[in-house]
Ligand binder design. Sequence first.
Ligand code: SAM
Length: 238
Amino acid sequence: MRIDIVTIFPEFFDVLDISLLGKARANGLIELGVHNLRDFTHDRHNTVDDTPAGGGAGMVMKPEPWGEALDSILDAGPADADPIIIFPSPAGVRFDQKMARELADEQHIVFGCGRYEGIDQRVFDEYAARGRVRLVSLGDYVLNGGEVAVMAMIEAVGRLIPGVVGNPESLVEESHEDGLLEYPSYTKPAVWREREVPPVLRSGDHGAIARWRHEQQVERTRRVRPDLLPTELQASEG
Ligand code: SAM
């Protein structure tokens, strides 16, 4: 997968050199380009923002540098990749595991990190008229910029690309994969500070372990995120 990021803070993404995603880059599973929006300006101060049309507080990102940056990335992108452009935005659709799975199948994702009061609307309209554009929110709160949201999305998507996580089975049982939160995990020792690993997990009875884990998932989801509980479980176990 090819990922391009446009930002005024390219150094934010230095951490993509480490851990599993760093390894995935070294192995060629993920190809990353980080582009400084200011490199696409032509004035002495590398200006990327201006006052809002119609007045109001704050500054808005100017369309011209965005147009130049995105055109150059799209022109240089992999042929036949049908790129998708994602702009993180608190006004976008909510990012979730389903979207992460869908994005993990993409060949070329371009992320555009907004700052200030956001990006001139015409940038979204221009690229939506030419291809696939999504405004995506990390959650119902406001960040200072899109960089942290893009980092979160890249991590969630990147670990679903085949080969990035060593044991693919570890992805299957995670929270949100089957609509439920994950069951609690334990390791050795069997007793720590008088707290015991539940005996069923040490029983060797795989059927009983699977049943216990499912019950824990349902109980935890009901307690913490009742909004996620599938209707059939609400009816049969509620
Ligand atoms: N004025 C904008 C609004 O009210 O919708 C908020 C702008 S915010 C200060 C600056 C940038 O941070 C946004 O353009 C977006 O890139 C990013 N951002 C802020 N909150 C976000 C969220 N919940 N999810 C994704 N991106 C977010």
